[in-house]
Design a protein around this ligand. Structure first.
Ligand SMILES: *[C@@H]1O[C@H](CO)[C@@H](O)[C@H](O)[C@H]1NC(C)=O
Ligand SMILES: *[C@@H]1O[C@H](CO)[C@@H](O)[C@H](O)[C@H]1NC(C)=O
Ligand SMILES: *[C@@H]1O[C@H](CO)[C@@H](O)[C@H](O)[C@H]1NC(C)=O
Ligand SMILES: *[C@@H]1O[C@H](CO)[C@@H](O)[C@H](O)[C@H]1NC(C)=O
Ligand SMILES: *[C@@H]1O[C@H](CO)[C@@H](O)[C@H](O)[C@H]1NC(C)=O
Length: 400
């Protein structure tokens, strides 16, 4: 009891002293407002507000790095005992790693700078040099294909439970150089990345813009049936009689322009089903090369451009086949470069074979994206429509 009382008195004293302290501060503040006294009160801050804690230990530092930069290859670097193992391999210094960059790691070799994007293990049956590792990168030497000279480079690969790296020095550069054909080079990075990531999952990979659709024609509606058919049909303007496999199956481009001045093609369908509404196309398809898009065989293709495979295994497969337009075509929902082609369009409503699924899927995507009007707007539109109908009915009755 006595103890509790003593503690109580202590707390009381503490509260009182805090109050007195605050009062003093208040008074001194109030006093300092008086101009006559201000000169006497100079408050000096002698010390900077700096961190005076002890330097963290090596273990603490490692802990901070693990917490703050989980993607930093710390364990990789620590595993290498370069002091005890002379063959541990050359690695960049900790601070030379661009850990703040989400996409690129930079390597300087002589006067060339490589921006490394990704590395992919390739052990495909048809690739004669496999197994190998493909490294996707950009370089700062902007030159024509086959003209650029590369400095000697090699790749070190560390395997689990092995301190010394395996050195791969037979480096082959597949360059997509800066020629007329390849104006936007960094576009190639995501295409090829997508291809390499998916080459063991799928038989074919295609690269498409959002305004492009490969449209099977006739009685074909499934892509798997189209691929099967593509093997059998002739190659447009080529003799493919000796071929059994192809690097890619390509489809000829045909433009479906906007024709903005024309009324809606299907009056009862909202305009926002853009492709279902735009069933007029230019009469002529492009040639087998211009703006074509392809399904690329993951058995053979080594490097992609946005329109063609640019490198492939050349291990029994033929060059890409252009599938004749009786069987399929590439719909391209944009304006043709050649404006003469806008004249005399033809109606091509092959897309309507997919109308129910397409409309339902487009609707649910718009809904998910929040692009559709809300319930009240639907109700208002419905009421307006009903009123219009009633008025028309009314008018019709009174006319007769
Ligand atoms: C690194 O060296 C230390 C000390 O010599 C040793 O205990 C450790 O096992 C070595 N680590 C590897 C991965 O060889
Ligand atoms: C690098 O050096 C070589 C010859 O030493 C030269 O031909 C090449 O143009 C240089 N490349 C760059 C990117 O400067
Ligand atoms: C399409 O028609 C052809 C010829 O009539 C027929 O051989 C083929 O099996 C049909 N394909 C499909 C997917 O119905
Ligand atoms: C197909 O193969 C035969 C026999 O080897 C050959 O005579 C013919 O020229 C080849 N055709 C083509 C288009 O390559
Ligand atoms: C544009 O298209 C028209 C109609 O197909 C064709 O006659 C003309 O040669 C084309 N012009 C060019 C520059 O390709």
């Amino acid at each position: 009891m006595l103890l509790i009382r003593a503690r109580f008195v202590k707390i009381l004293l503490l509260i009182i002293s805090i109050k007195i302290f605050l009062l003093l501060i208040f008074i001194s503040y109030y006093d300092s407002d008086q101009p006559s006294r201000r000169s006497k009160r100079i408050v000096l801050i002698n010390e900077l507000l700096i961190d005076k804690r002890n330097e963290p230990s090596w273990e603490q530092r490692l802990k901070f790095i693990r917490e703050e930069m989980p993607s930093f290859p710390l364990e990789e670097l620590l595993r290498r005992n370069c002091s005890t193992e002379p063959n541990c391999g050359k690695v960049p210094k900790f601070l030379a790693i661009d850990f703040s960059n989400d996409y690129w790691q930079t390597v300087h070799i002589e006067n060339l700078t490589y921006h490394l994007f990704g590395a992919y293990y390739d052990n495909r049956e048809k690739i004669t040099e496999a197994p190998l590792v493909r490294v996707l990168s950009m370089i700062n030497n902007y030159g024509a294909r086959d003209k650029v000279k590369y400095p000697d480079s090699y790749c070190q690969m560390w395997f689990k439970n092995r301190v010394d790296p395996v050195i791969a020095n037979n480096f082959h550069h597949y360059a997509m150089a800066a020629d007329a054909f390849n104006r936007i080079l960094n576009e190639m990075i995501p295409y090829n990345d997508c291809f390499y990531r998916n080459m063991y999952k799928f038989d074919y990979v295609g690269v498409f813009d959002t305004d492009e659709v490969i449209m099977p024609l006739g009685n074909i509606t499934k892509l798997s049936d189209l691929i099967e058919l593509a093997h059998k049909v002739p190659d447009y303007e080529r003799d493919a009689t000796n071929c059994t496999t192809w690097a890619s199956f390509c489809f000829r481009n045909v433009y479906f322009p906007l024709y903005p001045e024309r009324p809606k093609f299907y009056r009862n369908l909202p305009s926002f089903y853009y492709m279902l509404q735009h069933v007029e196309r230019v009469a002529e398809h492009c040639d087998r090369y211009s703006a074509t898009k392809c399904f690329h065989s993951t058995q053979f293709v080594v490097g992609l451009h946005n329109h063609f495979p640019i490198f492939y295994a050349q291990n029994g497969e033929c060059d890409p086949k252009s599938v004749p337009i009786e069987f399929a075509q590439l719909h391209h929902y944009r304006e043709p470069d050649n404006k003469t082609r806008l004249l005399n369009p033809v109606v091509d409503d092959n897309i309507w074979r997919f109308q129910p699924q397409l409309q339902q899927r487009v609707y649910s995507k718009y809904e998910k994206l929040g692009f559709l009007p809300d319930i009240q707007q639907w109700i208002d539109a419905e009421n307006r429509r009903r009123k219009d109908d009633e008025q028309q009915l009314h008018a019709a009755i009174f006319k007769t």
